[in-house]
Design a protein around this ligand. Structure first.
Ligand code: CUK
Ligand code: CUA
Length: 868
């Protein structure tokens, strides 16, 4: 345990976690600590990560979802998971892969015509401007099926998938260059670049690695395959990559782990890959000038086109001084360029060292031709000793690096040790180790806060551990992954939090300051998020209709709390059906979902979005469709029917059931009742509106937005009212009642949002509550006082505004009254009140302290009496 923390007094810890040091609370804190076996250091960690309801995180992490083929998003330091993003794999909640437009994106990931519905995601990367995260785009690779996906951070939705036409697997991607000009994607397992059969015996001749340099347009956030190219590499099994920056801008670095070019064959009695690939003491770091190669690739003379992609052959790259190799210790894994681009740090899985190369020295060696020779493919090999800055002895199995805030002067860097299960803090300028933190267990990547950019933020490191073993409750043989949050703000690292991740194996994660993300909360009405333009199926209120073209039925529908329009869709067996649906909501977070039972379609409709769902009505019958998000009190009613009829079948109609009908008088009565209810409800609405207007709601954007939504709902009433009255005039009372009910529905929705707006406005306008008043308010609610008392209004009990002024020695009087009401039942004033309300104040068994707090709350009410 950290000795500094050990010495902290309990009072100091209490103050730290915000518990006031009155003895009662202190003993409660002690009790909780004892019951849960918590140390003082645990409390400190809790205080550093606990985020009260409504609190926000400083950083947002985008983590690879590993074999789930998705991504996940969580906050730091709270470690609360905020979202899964469907990427290479269908994700039903978001409708990802279950509606037409998302199916189309997934289909972009088809390889040689085959749809692949999973992915092995490894390396997410955030787009950069001047080497710093700009919060606009996110990309990630799929190792198993070499593909890159682009996610739009305006709505956190995948917008593009591109397939690498040459590689059969990839790993060293995705890495942005400092201005997001390109994305580097290096091959992993060498294979023929064409799609033909080549025997293993011709490995050296016909198998190749490489790095694809994908052109990226940061304005539109799309990869441009036609402007992309690949640099051919020897079949060395390329691994991780990084783009140079500042001093080394324009260059790329990719390492490899099979310079032996071993081809395995365990089944033939040969040593397995693992032995053959680790025979040499060194492998090769590939150093290449992507900037120069991009220029060269523009000339058809310099490239050969394979599977539609331009490939710069090794000899062309070498001839133009754009490709070199540097030996690096045995079976390297991570390669990371320092924030100023002056150093390149390489870690080897089978070497206890991290090797720091100096970019200055590499350039000098290139200039002076300090080569120790050439590899079999003619690539010059730079003398390792001449390129090296220093080596740090770190421990067993160093894998990946992240830079800390004090990188410049103190060379602050963190490295994961897979075998030792540690994070090591060291100095890459001096190669001295400074601190170690055990993690649980077998860490792969580690994630610093913007820790690979030109502007590392420090604060935290997250250890992405492969094994959890004993860290969590047992849930069967498959354990969750374990992400551990480590505080690096002090001299010593402190482990703060374990987060189990029940999803794939997240290899790498990237963290960005939350303040840099500015996503939308709604789409422009009728938008197709994948084009950013109005959807071909965009339908506004009143435009709903069904259209038949041959045997294709198009439903132009809308969704809004709490109905789907249309509610009946009749088609013939064998028809193709397309549902176009637009969510007409403008309110934040009013998402609807849509499915047709048994047809394997689903869509998520965030406010303003239009979706399309196409399927063949290949089964006869009646299929309910409904909204799949609990969007309002009448969500269950948000439904309709698809009726699929076989046109070649003869149907016998059922006998009509005889049911009792309501008399005209009964209907009249019901009609009057609902009209009266509507009037009363409208009164409530008007009083809320008056309050909002008088208190200038428009000055508070969040309140204003709610009011706009409420008025939107309210504006639908006249039309329904008119329909009700017309039906009434025609004597169709049934219909008139239903339309009056619809009026009531809109009123309820208006009131619902309106009251939320009012409460928010009150909070904004009121003087802040003292801690005691806040406790008093809680005691008031927990005691059920609000069952009879409504602040600002006489209801089942008297209004409590001004109650402290109503009696002499008001505070004392009220306190006595709450503590012992029965003692005052015979008091004439109380008697008259009891008679009036026909209710007696019960003894709620409150403590004196609670009552004192309630009195503080009542004082706060009086101070803000104008708001009630
Ligand atoms: S990799 Cu998995 S621990 Cu794919 Cu970056 Cu190193
Ligand atoms: Cu819309 Cu439930």
């Amino acid at each position: 345990m950290n000795s500094m923390v050990k010495r902290l007094s309990l009072a100091a810890i209490g103050a730290l976690v915000g518990v006031s040091m009155v003895s009662a609370d202190n003993s409660e804190l002690e009790k909780v600590m004892k019951e849960r076996g918590l140390t003082q250091q645990d409390l400190l960690a809790a205080a550093k990560t606990y985020t009260p309801s409504g609190g926000r995180d400083k950083y947002i992490v985008f983590s690879s979802g590993g074999q789930s083929g998705q991504m996940l998003v969580y906050g730091v330091p709270s470690m609360r998971i905020l979202k899964y993003i469907g990427v290479f794999t269908p994700e039903p909640w978001q409708g990802w892969g279950y509606d037409d437009d998302t199916k189309k994106i997934l289909a972009e990931g088809k390889i040689r015509g085959k749809q692949i519905t999973w992915g092995d995601t490894h390396h997410p990367a955030l787009s950069e401007t001047n080497g710093r995260y700009d919060g606009k785009w996110l990309v990630i690779n799929d190792k198993a099926n070499p593909r890159i996906a682009v996610i739009d951070l305006n709505d956190f939705v995948t917008k593009q998938i591109v397939v690498n036409p040459l590689f059969k697997s990839d790993h060293g991607g995705a890495f942005f260059t400092p201005n997001s000009e390109y994305i580097l994607e290096a091959c992993q397992y060498a294979a023929p670049l064409d799609n033909n059969w080549h025997p293993m015996s011709e490995y050296k001749e016909t198998y190749r690695g490489g790095v694809t340099v994908w052109k990226f347009d940061p304005k539109i956030g799309r990869i441009l395959p036609d402007k992309s190219f690949t640099i051919e590499f020897p079949p060395y099994m390329q691994d991780l990559s990084d783009a140079g920056k500042e001093a080394s801008y324009g260059w790329g670095f990719t390492n490899s782990f099979n310079s032996e070019m071993y081809t395995g064959g365990i089944e033939k009695g040969l040593p397995p890959f693992e032995a053959g690939c680790s025979r040499n003491d060194t492998d090769f770091l590939h150093v290449y000038n992507w900037k120069k190669l991009a220029e060269l690739a523009k000339d058809p003379k310099n490239v050969k086109v394979i599977n539609g992609m331009r490939v710069v052959p090794i000899d062309v790259a070498v001839k133009n001084n754009a490709l070199f190799l540097i030996p690096e210790p045995k079976s390297p894994h991570g390669v990371d360029v320092s924030p100023d681009g002056k150093y390149i740090v390489v870690c080897g899985k089978l070497d206890t060292h991290a090797t720091v190369y100096s970019w200055d020295k590499i350039q000098k060696a290139i200039k002076n031709k300090d080569f120790v020779g050439k590899d079999p493919y003619g690539i010059p090999i730079i003398d390792m000793k001449k390129a090296m800055h220093c080596q740090a002895e770190l421990g067993l199995g160093p894998l990946h690096n992240q830079f800390g805030k004090h990188w410049k002067k103190q060379g602050e860097i963190y490295t994961s040790l897979y075998v030792d299960s540690q994070v090591v803090k060291w100095n890459y300028l001096t190669c001295k180790v400074e601190d170690r933190q055990n993690v649980n267990y077998n860490i792969g990547h580690l994630c610093g806060m913007e820790g690979k950019t030109e502007d590392p933020q420090g604060d935290y490191i997250i250890a992405l551990n492969k094994l959890a073993i004993d860290r969590f409750n047992e849930i069967g043989p498959l354990h969750p992954q374990n992400h551990q949050l480590i505080d690096i703000r002090g001299k010593k690292m402190q482990l703060l939090y374990d987060m189990p991740i029940p999803l794939g194996e997240p290899h790498q994660a990237v963290a960005i300051r939350a303040s840099k993300l500015k996503p939308e909360v709604r789409y422009k009405m009728g938008t197709n998020p994948f084009t950013g333009k109005p959807h071909r199926g965009k339908t506004l209120a009143g435009q709903e209709h069904i259209e038949r073209k041959g045997n294709h039925v198009y439903v132009y529908g809308t969704m809004v709390r709490s109905h789907i329009n249309p509610e009946h869709v009749n088609v013939n067996l064998g028809d193709t059906v397309t549902f176009y649906l637009t969510n007409l909501e403008r309110a934040e977070d009013e998402t609807h979902g849509f499915t047709v039972d048994q047809y394997n379609v689903h869509a998520s409709l965030e406010p303003g979005k239009t979706v399309a769902l196409t399927f063949k009505a290949d089964r006869e019958g009646v299929f309910p469709y409904y909204c799949t998000e609990f969007c309002s009190a009448l969500h269950l009613e948000m439904m309709g029917y698809l009726l699929v009829k076989d046109p070649n079948k003869h149907y016998v109609s059922a006998k009509k059931l005889k049911m009792a009908k309501m008399s005209k008088e009964q209907l009249e009565k019901e009609y009057e009742k609902i009209v009266a209810t509507n009037k009363a409800t409208d009164k409530v609405i008007q009083s809320v509106v008056k309050f909002l207007k008088e208190n200038h709601y428009e000055k508070y954007p969040v309140v204003k937005q709610l009011v706009e939504d409420a008025l939107d709902q309210y504006s639908k009433i006249p039309e329904q009212q008119k329909k009700a009255e017309e039906a009434y005039k025609k004597g169709d009372l049934e219909k008139a009642i239903l339309f009056q009910n619809m009026v009531w529905q809109y009123m309820v929705k208006t009131a619902d949002v309106g009251i939320r707006a009012r409460d928010l406005l009150v909070k904004k306008l009121a003087t802040p509550m003292s801690e005691a008043a806040r406790r008093g308010h809680e005691a008031y609610l927990e005691g059920g006082c609000n069952g009879c008392h409504v602040i600002g209004k006489v209801s089942s009990g008297p209004d409590l505004v001004g109650v402290l002024q109503r009696h002499k020695n008001g505070e004392k009087w009220v306190k006595e009254w709450i503590l012992h009401p029965e003692k005052m039942y015979n008091n004439p004033y109380i008697k008259s009140m009891t008679n009036y309300f026909n209710l007696r104040m019960p003894n709620q068994g409150m403590t004196e302290k609670q009552v004192d707090d309630i009195i503080e709350y009542l004082k706060w009410i009086d101070k803000n009496a104008n708001l009630f």
